[in-house]
Design a protein around this ligand. Structure first.
Ligand code: F0G
Length: 378
């Protein structure tokens, strides 16, 4: 079958989909795993039980190729690195960035070097980095130490940084906002999102701003060519609400946290690199930052899995956790349309999901035993 005979509707990833809104040209080698185009799922059971008149949608980013939203930024960062002739990429990571970097580097024929905090990333994410052939460097420090080292080493060795300080990462991540606006036919009233290194909230704000024709810093990268500037697809932007784990909440403390600690290891970050962009997004949109405890975020992860059939990782549940609290208190008023980003898949960290639960029973392999076990629950 030739290329031209293949269906033109075959989805080929977000650079292909949004090439006129991204800083790419005909000569950019597109490194893609067909990321993006993730489901926007309307929650049914949780809002009903809440007894509040709200519409809540979750953007299930766990269904990206490596199981997190990082693929959106990584397709851009690695494609641009390839365009610039890079042979190797480097990142610090709490796990998901390293998984994405490893996979896209494999696709591009590059070497990925990933710095991860020793003993603090779940096995699923570590397995991905190893499986895709990344050089994994466990450091005796946390993510913030890794970030500092990555910046230092990039000045000493021929490696391209693919953390979200690389502006192409946010360009890829802004497409999450485009997809939400297209799916809803408008921007949501509120967008709730977990905040760690603060790149994603910044990327979404760029995306929502472009979608309604606001000129943002990102448009410079597009050389003012972004078609949304003249033809906006929405007239409003959402209120941006960023939630953090209370043991790793620098935006709530107003300064970096030296020893961040949370079971939501993906956002165990004390010194976010996109501090100014994230703060501006929240301020310009009239939003706020808030924090949730580990106990609360784990309870929300379980609630979402059990009531809606959606399995996300602990850090992802932070968005819905905060949103539900603010809906209950009335801070997010009834009648609102709310989007929550679920940043990563629950399978990344299965150990934490089954922690403390003794739901697995062993029964004898005979009909009587199986029947008795079933009838107990009916
Ligand atoms: N949720 C998940 C599942 C993440 O992996 C991350 C960040 C975030 C939320 C926070 O997003 O950093 O853009 O504010 N993970 C990075 C990593 C730091 O290395 O995988 P952010």
């Amino acid at each position: 079958m030739t290329d031209s005979s293949r269906s033109s509707s075959h989805y080929q990833g977000l650079i292909h989909r949004y090439k006129d809104r991204l800083p790419v040209s005909e000569s950019t080698p597109v490194i893609t795993l067909n990321e993006g185009d993730t489901p926007l799922i309307k929650l049914n059971n949780i809002p009903r039980e809440l007894g509040k008149n709200v519409e809540i949608y979750v953007k299930y980013e766990g269904l990206n190729p490596t199981g997190s939203f990082k693929d959106r930024g990584m397709t851009m960062a690695v494609s641009k690195a390839a365009e610039e002739g890079a042979k190797a990429i480097v990142c610090a990571s709490t796990g998901n960035t390293s998984a994405a970097a490893a996979a896209y580097a494999a696709r591009a024929g590059m070497t990925a070097f990933v710095l991860i905090p020793e003993g603090k990333i779940p096995m699923g994410k570590l397995a991905q980095a190893i499986a895709h052939g990344a050089v994994v460097l466990q450091i005796k420090g946390n993510f913030d130490d890794g970030m500092r080292l990555v910046k230092e080493v990039a000045g000493e060795a021929p490696v391209a940084i693919v953390n979200s300080i690389n502006p192409y990462r946010l360009q890829g991540q802004k497409t999450g906002a485009f997809e939400i606006v297209e799916a809803l036919g408008r921007a949501p009233d509120y967008h709730c999102i977990p905040v760690g290194n603060a790149g994603n909230i910044s990327g979404y704000w760029i995306g929502y701003s472009e979608a309604c024709g606001h000129n943002t810093a990102s448009c410079t990268l597009c050389n003012g060519q972004c078609p949304y500037l003249d033809n906006p697809i929405t007239s409003t932007r959402p209120v941006m609400v960023g939630y953090q784990a209370d043991g790793a909440a620098p935006f709530l403390r107003g300064e970096p946290v030296i020893e961040p600690e949370t079971l939501a290891t993906a956002i165990r970050i004390g010194n976010p690199q996109s501090w100014d962009l994230a703060k501006a997004a929240v301020e310009e949109s009239g939003g706020w930052f808030d924090e949730v405890s580990d106990e609360e975020l784990l309870a929300t992860q379980a609630l979402l899995a059990r009531k809606e059939g959606v399995f996300c990782e602990p850090a992802s549940a932070v968005s819905l956790c905060g949103a539900l609290r603010d809906i209950k208190s009335g801070l997010i008023p009834e009648g609102s349309l709310i989007a929550c980003t679920l940043t990563g898949h629950g399978l990344k960290d299965p150990d934490i999901a089954i922690r403390g639960q003794e739901d697995v029973r062993t029964v004898k392999a005979d009909l009587e035993s199986v029947k008795a076990a079933i009838l107990e629950h009916i």
